[in-house]
Design a binder for this molecule. Structure first.
Ligand SMILES: [Fe+2]
Length: 562
């Protein structure tokens, strides 16, 4: 029997409950009256981030190298959830094959000059990127001699009324060649137009293409509310490791039913690198080569598969690296999508940030250099120094591979990144961290350096988009002999003298191997709800729901005076 609701409010006898409620409101009244900032700091004292039926002792078990992160004062009253595991229901398949390339929605229907693979992305306040593809991509034998063939214009016409376009903007076009000794790929053309001066909270209708040749059908997007401390509520969809299988399709359908106005896709988009260059599937144990074989038409298929959706903000995963035999990496990812990296002061599309309503969202690059002294590290320090909590109270981070993971797959794979960046994110009071990579679901209690910490972020692994590599169903602690050898890890840190926990650790609140998607709803400056919808359920049934309250008792969560 699979549990369907994993979050329960603490409930006591009615009289006690009413008494506590009255006391809460009295305290809230006093705090609101006395607090000129308007923040209800006292509310977190009484109703912490997650409620559960039992209280666990908070164990200080960290023996890792992180010490002395600045800015946090431990608050009392945080109640972590009791760790829970829902094993895989083997009445379901662990995964499915990719959808066929020659059938909708993956097959190419547009002519050579008609726009397809249309993609929308936020591009800074009052701005939106519209991207699309034209031309016929091709796979050719050997090394290609060409190719740049940007003959079509990149134009978007747009307006607030259907069929009436009083705005026009033009942009740029690009293409790439993925080079291999046997079969190389010559891309079509990718067009990118940045619309600026858009009104907030407004609907826009648009067509894209070359006005003298061919334009797309009419599509629509909605702009978000302007960033600010009153910009609530705001819903955000979160997916990762999507791929293009039957399970991926179910995830997309459920995501669409959830109707998030914006989606974060936390890496691993197409899984085109699971194929040989001739398009045949590569068995998992195929010995690696000096370059990464891929079948790039799977990128084109995936572009059709996810079109059209709401603005989708991507960040790279390991499946986007795709180093070809000429030594070029991230070619498909960089050519096909635009992200607001320049708008956020980053010199690389592999890491950037943006504001969305009452949140500041860090899209960090797990596959760009993140070490101290790196460009990304310098950018992150500057971005966090400029972060204005009074404007966007929620601080959210994403990167592809999780730091907190109890599954065998990818266990402590990015431990070096955690050691390098966790103190910085903790110091600045990141509220929630989303990751993918592990093809399953896991949600953590507030944690820092492997210790439940009332001032630490909540980590969520949601690498369960449905890709061809299928679900991961096994944990390092069930049984403990599952624990991999520390020698395989780049940074083999220990907790309580062990590389793996002997049982589900206190920081792991809930774990279950199922495909699905998540919805984060920011309700106010301090309150949010996170819901995980697994594909086996109807969308109306939330498989895991947790209320999140920012802990204003923590100095790292408080506004910094400038
Ligand atoms: Fe991954």
């Amino acid at each position: 029997m699979v549990e369907t609701k994993q979050w329960k409010e603490v409930k006591g006898p009615l009289s006690i409950s009413l008494g506590i409620t009255a006391l809460v409101w009295l305290l809230l009244f006093v705090v609101v009256i006395l607090d000129p900032t308007g923040h209800h700091a006292g509310s977190n004292e009484l109703d912490q981030a997650a409620s559960s039926t039992q209280t666990l002792p908070v164990t200080g078990n960290a023996q890792g190298p992180l010490q002395g992160a600045k800015g946090a004062v431990k608050s009392s009253g945080y109640t972590p959830e009791r760790p829970r595991t829902v094993p895989f229901d083997f009445s379901y398949a662990k995964g499915s094959d990719d959808l066929p390339l020659d059938r909708p929605p993956l097959a190419k229907i547009a002519s050579e000059v008609e726009p397809e693979q249309i993609h929308i992305a936020l591009a800074g306040e009052g701005a939106m990127y519209i991207s699309w593809a034209t031309g016929n991509a091709s796979v050719v034998e050997g090394l290609p001699r060409i190719v740049s063939r940007h003959t079509l214009a990149s134009v978007v016409v747009y307006g607030n009324e259907s069929g009436w376009y009083d705005g026009v903007a033009s942009g740029e076009a690009t293409a790439y060649v993925q080079t291999y000794p046997d079969f190389s790929y010559i891309s079509g053309t990718f067009h990118h137009v940045r619309l600026t001066g858009l009104q907030p909270n407004a609907s826009y209708y648009f067509k894209c293409g070359d006005p003298g040749v061919a334009m797309s059908r009419e599509l629509r997007f909605a702009t978000p509310q302007p960033p600010g401390p009153a910009a609530f509520p705001q819903r955000i969809g979160v997916i990762a490791d999507l791929g293009q299988t039957h399970n991926s399709s179910a995830t997309l359908q459920h995501l669409i039913q959830s109707q998030p106005p914006v989606v974060l896709l936390v890496g691993d988009l197409t899984y085109a690198d699971n194929y040989f260059t001739n398009g045949t599937l590569r068995p998992p144990m195929t010995p690696p080569k000096a370059y990464q074989e891929t079948y790039q038409p799977r990128w084109d298929a995936w572009g059709r598969f996810v079109e059209p959706l709401v603005p989708m903000m991507v960040v790279e995963g390991n499946h986007e690296v795709e180093a070809d035999s000429a030594g070029k990496s991230f070619q498909a990812y960089n050519a096909r999508y635009r992200v607001p990296h320049a708008e956020s002061g980053s010199d690389s599309p592999l890491y950037y940030s943006f504001d969305l309503a009452g949140s500041h969202i860090l899209m960090l690059g797990a596959y760009a250099d993140w070490g101290e002294g790196s460009e990304q590290y310098r950018w992150l320090v500057a971005d966090l120094a400029a972060y204005n909590r009074s404007r966007t109270p929620w601080l959210i981070a994403t990167f592809h591979a999780p730091w907190y993971n109890t599954y065998i797959a990818h266990y402590k794979e990015l431990e070096c990144m955690r050691i390098a960046l966790e103190p910085l994110l903790y110091e600045h009071g990141v509220d929630i961290i989303f990751a993918g990579h592990v093809h399953a679901y896991e949600r953590c209690n507030r944690v820092y350096n492997y210790t439940v910490d009332p001032c630490g972020p909540i980590h969520v692994t949601i690498g369960d988009g449905g890709n061809i590599e299928k679900l991961y169903t096994d944990w390092v602690d069930q049984p403990p002999s599952n624990c991999p050898l520390p020698g395989t890890a780049a940074c083999p840190t220990l907790q309580e003298g062990s590389f793996c926990p002997a049982q589900q650790p206190p920081w792991s609140a809930y774990r279950e191997p199922s495909f699905g998607h998540g919805i984060l709803e920011l309700a106010s400056t301090t309150e949010a709800t996170w819901t995980w919808h697994k594909n086996q359920d109807s969308v109306a049934v939330a498989s895991d729901t947790v209320k999140i309250r920012r802990n204003l008792q923590c100095t790292n969560q408080q506004e910094r005076r400038r």
